[in-house]
Design a protein. Structure first.
Length: 134
């Protein structure tokens, strides 16, 4: 393999690693948003009994409806695949805590993958620098 071919291979590999890093960062951002939603929901469950007669009830990102919660003992939880389950507060909290833990694990895996990619990228930068100085 010629010097130019090796340099091109290194540059190509670096570009692939850069794209992989961008994809991981996008996944990380999406997971962080979901994580924040879960924290908000857990906070709401914790404080549900403090909700007054008429309250602003969150129904989405920055979207609220004024209303009264008739039954503070049960919530409807999306358990996946569009399936909604009626769950008491403890069950709802457990479901959300499990999701929270899953997201934390995913974020840890992403952080490790980002670290590995950055290390590999740094190695390739050094290799490229050595080849281009010759």
């Amino acid at each position: 393999m010629s010097q130019d071919d090796r340099v091109n291979e290194i540059i190509y590999t670096m570009e692939i690693l850069r794209q992989q890093l961008e994809e991981l960062e996008a996944q990380e951002e999406a997971l962080n948003l979901t994580y924040q939603d879960i924290l908000t929901s857990l906070s709401f469950i914790r404080d549900i009994n403090k909700v007054s007669e008429k309250s602003l009830i969150p129904i989405g990102k920055g979207l609220y409806v004024q209303g009264k919660i008739e039954d503070k003992n049960f919530l409807y939880v999306d358990i996946g695949s569009g399936i909604i389950k009626k769950a008491n507060l403890d069950e709802s909290r457990k479901i959300l805590e499990e999701r929270k833990k899953d997201i934390e694990n995913s974020l840890n895996r992403i952080a490790k993958a980002e670290e590995d990619i950055k290390a590999r990228y740094a190695q390739l930068e050094l290799a490229l620098e050595k080849r281009t100085k010759k």
